[in-house]
Design a binder for this molecule. Structure first.
Ligand code: BGC
Length: 733
């Protein structure tokens, strides 16, 4: 996010003309509150929608009928810098008040949670990450940016790039999984997609990378819980995606709810000022998470709102989401001198800079034609991209005896309530989809011409229907069971202590298996599930996640073999929940897990993942051979031969890992460094090359310093983090 000299001068001139109240107004974000018969703030409504207390229909109905307070008076008085919303006509009205009726005519920055698409909802992030496709990450973000602008949103609270290794945490669904390298690729691509097409103000938004930082490491996977870790772990695992986003010019950052080593991120001066704004060079501003400044009182780090507000401002928190603490209490503190004016000036300079960079001073409105275009329906190219993203995000976990793909001649008994629920395909943090755009698995199979009979039988909640199960088992040549989680079972405030299939779905699968018919299982869920029994018993498992509006089309295409699955897991799957957190790149122990007793293992479960990071099958097979590792002054040159050794075309994600065999700090057993998606025809062979800068082989120590240490390195390449070819090389930097 770079400003021209002229734009910088504009910001400074404006800052000089502002009163203290107007400055603090810029630091205040409002969301519409519902007034009248029920007094629920908008943020709570969103919460209710997210945790399943409200359905999408109920939410829309409330919004369309309720009287809402949009804080027009405060906007007119210059006491609001930002609002939340997704209604383009309302956005235009509020911008008009800000531009024409407030003293200085400063436009609003309008934010919304566009996490995986607004109306054109594409797969949840943990699914999309499984595509290992940087160009896809970028294209879906660009689509989201355009659609956001057409709805009056110029600031997306995305990407969510928290590394997450404990699938009890419901928010694993929102981010790119467990790995810092994949997470950094994802972060960079998302920032490019959201921000880089500045050929027109209609094409880009300000990204808000979140949640800064280490939120994914919350103890026991329980949302909002405490986190503690070494500096080196923070720097090597949790910061890299944020650093990558800052390098790519991310405009804003949202601080996380959690405390890190005892200090809530919201008031953590070291994290905000020293690391984020100093070392990593954030150019735009930091916003708190919803109500997080007030929560510092509950954290026990501030005595009251006033104390929390002072600490947050001084720590470098530029904008207050939702508490009014800045708006109501900060002015007196600046006048008393508790909070220096320079702190306020810096925050406002940053906020105004983002508004200038967004072109809001010149062009704050959504043209009526854009609004009408979306009222007519979604653009065909958006629908196509949602489908492509869904197709690339599925992961074939198991396919015994090549049960998949099915043929159109087979009679399918389709089982599971989730299979027919178009309103479950979008998953967590999707709030603006229309049911008419969503395709269920059942609808997808029917549209694809499959011979399919549907039997609901059971789902994540509720009882099983024995009669239907009996019918599903007698009709049909093959059973396709769609099981998993509802959208409300992952996302914010949706941690689960048991990450197995919820409800009576395992029983359902047992009954189906007893029929003796082949059972194909399609998983529809928002987190890596604990699947020990399922992986042992079921012959074919397709992980389909919550794939977005075209879920049904994509699943049908995979089941019927119109596309070959090509996704690889962005997150390891445990056998049982008690293994969490389980991840491939764990530090080496003195007694690596093995069959012998006194090693790092469990008595009652495997020591490593059931399905590891990077795992994913396809309808063909790939053979790796001829690994060669060479060296130039600055890089390693790694080459190998990849052959499509199966009977049809397919796409493989070739993964490059390294291990620093001996270092001054214990290093991970394996670390992903790069990857490549390669499509090959049946029988085709290709030479694959990676050039890995030697500077990527270092690590951060416990002072936060980056170290490159001479010595032995193990280089490995393969189609998953478990199956790799390996070679060693001794390096001097
Ligand atoms: C979530 C954020 C979100 C914000 C605004 C919070 O509860 O943690 O991820 O951006 O609400 O909706």
């Amino acid at each position: 996010m770079k400003l021209t000299q002229k734009q910088k001068t504009f910001v400074e001139d404006l800052l000089k003309r502002m009163t203290l109240e107007e400055k603090i107004g810029q630091m205040n974000q409002e969301s519409p509150s519902i007034v009248g018969g029920f007094d629920v703030p908008f943020s709570e409504l969103i919460e209710m929608l997210t945790d399943g207390r409200l359905s999408q229909e109920e939410f829309e109905k409330i919004l369309s009928t309720a009287k809402q307070d949009y804080h027009e008076e405060d906007i007119r008085a210059g006491r609001v810098g930002s609002v939340m919303g997704q209604d383009p006509r309302k956005a235009n009205e509020l911008q008009k008040i800000a531009m024409e009726e407030s003293r200085l005519g400063i436009p609003l920055i309008i934010g919304f949670d566009v996490i995986h698409g607004l109306r054109s909802v594409y797969p949840i992030a943990i699914a999309e990450a499984c595509s290992f496709d940087d160009s896809l990450f970028e294209e879906t973000a660009r689509m989201a940016a355009r659609e956001s602008r057409a709805h009056g949103i110029n600031w997306n609270f995305a990407p969510m790039i928290d590394a997450a290794r404990d699938s009890r945490w419901g928010r694993v669904s929102e981010g790119p999984g467990e790995d810092p390298c994949l997470g950094s690729h994802f972060a960079r691509a998302k920032i490019r997609g959201l921000q880089n097409d500045r050929s027109s103000v209609r094409n880009y938004v300000a990204a808000c990378t979140k949640h800064y930082v280490a939120y994914g490491a919350c103890e026991s996977g329980r949302d909002y819980n405490t986190t503690s870790m070494s500096v080196s772990n923070l720097y090597n695992v949790y910061l890299p995606a944020f650093r990558a986003a800052m390098d790519e010019g991310a405009a804003t950052v949202m601080a996380a709810f959690n405390d890190l080593n005892g200090i809530p991120c919201t008031v953590n001066r070291w994290l905000l000022r020293d690391v984020l704004k100093g070392e990593m060079g954030l150019e735009g501003f930091v916003v708190s998470d919803a109500n997080a400044i007030r929560e510092c009182v509950a954290h026990g780090i501030a005595e009251d709102d006033r104390d929390a507000g002072i600490q947050a401002a001084i720590a470098g928190m530029d904008m207050d989401m939702g508490t009014h603490i800045y708006k109501d209490l900060l002015q007196a503190e600046v006048e008393k001198g508790t909070v220096p004016m320079a702190v306020v000036d810096e925050a406002v300079r940053r906020i105004l800079s983002v508004k200038v960079w967004l072109g809001l001073f010149d062009d704050p409105y959504v043209p009526e034609a854009d609004i009408e275009a979306y009222e007519k329906g979604l653009p065909a190219e958006h629908i196509a991209l949602c489908r492509r993203a869904a197709e690339e995000s599925m992961v074939l976990l198991k396919n015994e005896g090549d049960l998949l793909p099915l043929s159109r001649k087979q009679k399918i008994s389709l089982v599971g309530r989730l299979a027919d629920m178009a309103d479950e395909v979008c998953g967590a943090w999707a709030m603006a989809w229309k049911k008419e755009d969503c395709v269920s698995v059942r609808a997808g199979l029917e549209a694809a011409g499959a011979d399919v009979q549907y039997y609901p039988c059971g789902g994540p909640e509720g009882e099983l229907d024995e009669e239907e199960i009996a019918r599903a088992c007698t009709e049909g040549d093959v059973i396709v069971a769609v099981v998993g989680e509802t959208d409300a079972m992952s996302g914010e405030a949706s941690s689960r202590a048991d990450t197995g299939l919820p409800g009576r779905q395992r029983e359902l699968l047992e009954r189906l298996l007893r029929s003796g018919k082949p059972v194909v299982t399609v998983l529809m869920n928002g987190r890596p599930l604990a699947l020990r029994w399922e992986a042992e018993q079921l012959p074919a498992i397709l992980e389909a996640w919550h794939l977005g509006i075209r879920m049904g089309d994509a699943v049908a295409a995979a089941l019927l073999g119109d596309v070959s699955p090509s996704g690889k897991l962005a997150s390891s799957f445990p056998a049982v929940t008690g293994q969490c957190p389980v991840y491939y790149n764990h530090p080496s122990t003195g007694r690596p897990g093995s069959r012998s007793k006194f090693t790092s293992r469990y008595l009652d479960a495997p020591w490593d993942a059931l399905f590891p990071f990077g795992h994913g099958l396809s309808y063909t097979s790939f053979a790796y051979s001829g690994l060669r590792v060479g060296e130039t002054a600055d890089s390693l040159e790694i080459a190998l031969t990849l052959k499509n050794s199966g009977g049809r075309e397919g796409t493989e994600v070739v993964q490059l890992y390294t291990q620093d065999v001996a270092a001054s700090l214990v290093r991970p057993v394996k670390e992903l460094k790069d990857y490549l998606r390669v499509s090959l025809a049946a029988g085709e062979e290709r030479e694959i090359r990676f050039v890995l800068p030697k500077s990527d082989l270092g690590f951060y120590d416990n002072t936060g310093a980056y170290r490159l240490e001479d010595g032995l390195f193990r280089i490995s390449v393969g189609g998953s983090s478990r199956d790799t070819l390996e070679q060693e090389i001794r390096l001097q930097f």
